[in-house]
Design a protein around this ligand. Structure first.
Ligand code: LR7
Ligand code: MN
Length: 707
């Protein structure tokens, strides 16, 4: 039977079959030979790395599924920040994490801490060139040869490219390639996930790939000694490579996103004063390594009159290897606000990108920002600000759906979008997030638009409040602030400013905030002063300076009201204009306070009588239109005067229902506790020592808005 098959056409078939098998075997052998050991190793590594990445993303996704990935959401939902929140911004929750929220207020308020997620980056070698995995658009890669990782640099060298020996040469090489092959077509391309280094990264280096760096046992004293140089672990920072890799923390879809080919170029502006050398360098390297060169017009370093020696000649020398880096030296200390203005004044890029001087930009950080400006020049995009630990310098990913908000008295904080909101808007983790207030330090803005908006108020001094100013200005004058989840930048959050304030720190910040309140808050400025800043109303305490130009600017730009901002941009913020209002009912007398023809009396309560309606304001006045009910302790009586916000003598403390002296009205300026009391017949109002149970000392407003 076999012989029959081997006859005729069957024989031909068998021959073809056997030949194919032999050919296949040969093919495999050749393929095997073509892989050097190293290549096989790389291949294996990539597979493992991708597995690792998938695992990490699965973990993030898992928590995302649970409740959109931010622990803050578990405690803080729906945009309202609970009153017992403890630390803001600079304080964070040190027990749980090293993240810090910022307080620009002297009275620390609380906001949810921005919770970082520890990344599973344990197996260092597997994470070599981490950023490259699966993020590179291979089709585009072939077309336009974007800058790439160390591995890619090596490949190119093997392709008989001129050897790039210095960083500058490498940079120029890439710029040349880009300008040759990159055509501004008006089309789109997949976002470039670049990460160039001059030499392959050492996987064993301290803190490599954003991992926690460990202090050798005998170096604790040195760590301590150097801490104050930057108020973070300067000792470790100095040991970490200036061009270390960081884990690609973007939501998965980001690497697939398309951006326009003809995005505007940007000037990146770093202002610094006495920044730690290694951190400043790492900030600059992260921009050079991970920004498409054709979009990076220049990097401007504005030295705000630093005192550290190495930030002078040594810095000039170091930066001279990067043709795009320019250093501007201010002749005297200006503070970060005017330093930014100085940087912006010389910038040539179409877009300004401001960054703090202790950051690390992640892969693909720039294009998503510029894309938003390209789509609408009035959009002001901010990256997601991730956490570089002040303790071990590890790069920590933060949760999704976070936005910047403020609480009274203009305290910045983070707040997670509510589940309902995310669902209702059908949001993905990569969608831009409308952001009522920016953190301040990291954002891109169209250069011309920045100036149309009047840039920053140059009257703001040194540090603080400028993020509120620019945020209100942007929103109220027609722009938008967004957080772009596909753009991520790590920032070292620290407990203290490592530089001196020319004047008192607290006073500087308070004065800045008062300027912002006076120009932008309209009637809501009472809420600002009323949350612990009453003292600022006394012109002997602060001089906010001249505001004419700022007010004129606001009029010229025809900016909307602060009420519009609250209603449209930050509707979750509950901002009642007064603390309490309505009838003022005396519990003992069971009658209501009445004001007629400048005289006070008691009448039967009647909601329809305007003479019985009073406001208890944030400035703690009892007020009817422009008239205030004022204690005259000396004569043991009440008078009616025109309200004057600066007069502490016009103020009352109305105790909330859960305090010991519930519903009592205390004279604010008085050496001892004095309470307003109605006489039993209701023919007289006088002051008496406060007595918790005395019903004639209890005053009830119809509506209470504050706890
Ligand atoms: O006088 C100064 N001159 C300067 O050049 C003071 C500071 N600076 C530099 C300084 O070196 C740094 O690079 O300005 C930058 C910001 O100062 P930081 O890092 O001390 O500020 P911060 O990170 O504590 O504070 C945040 O709030 C500031 C308030 O005005 C600025 O807006 C910062 O840019 C801002 N930082 C961020 O938004 C990063 C994320 C923090 C959060 C949340
Ligand atoms: Mn900072």
């Amino acid at each position: 039977m076999i012989r029959r098959y081997l006859r005729g056409s069957g024989r031909v078939l068998v021959f073809v079959f056997v030949a194919s098998v032999i050919w296949l075997l040969l093919d495999i052998a050749v393929l095997r030979m073509s892989f050097s050991d190293g290549n096989l190793h790389l291949l294996k590594e990539r597979v493992i790395r991708e597995k690792e990445l998938l695992k990490q993303r699965a973990e993030v996704n898992q928590s995302t599924k649970r409740d959109y990935g931010h622990p803050v959401l578990r405690t803080e939902d729906t945009g309202s920040v609970s009153p017992d929140m403890a630390r803001v911004y600079r304080q964070g929750d040190k027990r749980r994490n090293s993240t810090l929220l910022k307080s620009q207020s002297a009275e620390m308020q609380e906001a949810p801490a921005k919770k970082p997620v520890d990344l599973p980056v344990n197996d260092t070698p597997l994470l070599k060139n981490f950023n490259q995995s699966s993020n590179i658009d291979r089709r585009k890669d072939a077309e336009i040869k974007p800058m790439n990782t160390t591995e890619k640099v090596k490949d190119e060298a093997e392709q008989k490219e001129p050897p790039a020996t210095t960083k500058r040469a490498i940079e120029e090489n890439h710029i040349r390639k880009f300008s040759n092959s990159y055509q501004k077509t008006g089309g789109v391309h997949r976002v470039l996930s670049l990460d160039v280094t001059s030499a392959p990264r050492d996987p064993a280096a301290v803190g490599q790939f954003g991992q926690a760096a460990v202090v050798p046992g005998d170096k604790d004293a040195e760590v301590k000694e150097r801490w104050d140089e930057g108020f973070f672990n300067v000792f470790l920072s100095d040991r970490i490579p200036v061009d270390r890799g960081v884990p690609d923390t973007r939501p998965e879809i980001c690497a697939q996103n398309l951006v326009h080919d003809n995005l505007p170029s940007t000037s990146v502006i770093f202002c610094f004063v006495d920044e730690v050398w290694s951190t400043l360098l790492r900030s600059v390297h992260s921009v050079i390594n991970r920004s498409p060169p054709h979009l990076l017009k220049e990097i401007i370093l504005v030295d705000d009159f630093s005192t550290k020696d190495n930030l002078k000649d040594a810095l000039d020398k170091y930066m001279s290897q990067f043709p795009k880096v320019r250093i501007i030296r201010l002749k005297e200390r200006q503070g970060l606000i005017r330093a930014r203005l100085a940087g912006a004044a010389v910038a040539k890029g179409e877009v300004l990108t401001f960054l703090d001087s202790h950051v690390e930009c992640n892969v693909g950080w720039l294009e998503p920002l510029l894309e938003r400006v390209y789509l609408d020049r009035r959009k002001v995009p901010c990256p997601v600000i991730e956490v570089i630990s002040d303790q071990d310098l590890s790069y920590k990913m933060v949760d999704n759906f976070q936005r910047g908000i403020f609480k009274w008295p203009l305290v910045f904080g983070w707040n997670a979008l509510s589940n309902e909101y995310v669902k209702k808007k059908n949001m993905t983790a990569a969608d831009p997030i409308r952001c009522p207030v920016m953190a301040g330090g990291l954002f891109s803005i169209d250069r011309k638009y920045f100036y149309e908006l009047g840039a920053y108020d140059p009257g703001l001094d040194v540090w603080g409040g400028e993020n509120m100013e620019i945020s209100f200005k942007i929103w109220m004058c027609g722009g938008e602030i967004e957080i772009i989840p596909c753009s991520r930048v790590g920032h070292i959050f620290r407990d203290q400013n490592p530089y001196k304030f020319p004047k008192d720190r607290r006073k500087t910040v308070e004065r800045n905030l008062a300027r912002v309140a006076e120009v932008w808050l309209d009637e809501y400025k009472e809420l600002f002063y009323g949350h612990g800043y009453h003292h600022l109303l006394d012109i002997r305490v602060i001089d906010v300076g001249n505001l004419t130009e700022q007010i004129e600017l606001r009029n010229r730009l025809k900016c909307k009201s602060f009420k519009w901002y609250l209603d449209n941009v930050y509707p979750e913020m509950d901002s009642p204009l007064v603390k309490a209002k309505g009838l003022v009912f005396n519990r003992g007398l069971r009658k209501c306070l009445t004001l007629q023809n400048y005289s006070l009396s008691f009448e039967m309560c009647d909601l329809s009588k305007q003479s019985q309606h009073f406001n208890y304001t944030w400035l703690r006045n009892i007020r009817q239109q422009d008239l205030c009910v004022v204690p005259q302790v000396k004569y043991n009586r009440l008078v009616v005067e025109s309200c004057d916000r600066a007069m502490a003598g016009q103020r009352w403390l109305h105790k909330s229902s859960n305090s010991a002296l519930a519903e009592h009205l205390l004279v604010e300026v008085s050496p001892n506790q004095l309470c307003l009391e109605a006489s039993p017949q209701g023919d007289n109002l006088h002051f008496a020592n406060c007595a918790a149970k005395n019903a004639h000392q209890k005053w009830q407003f119809t509506n209470n808005f504050s706890p």
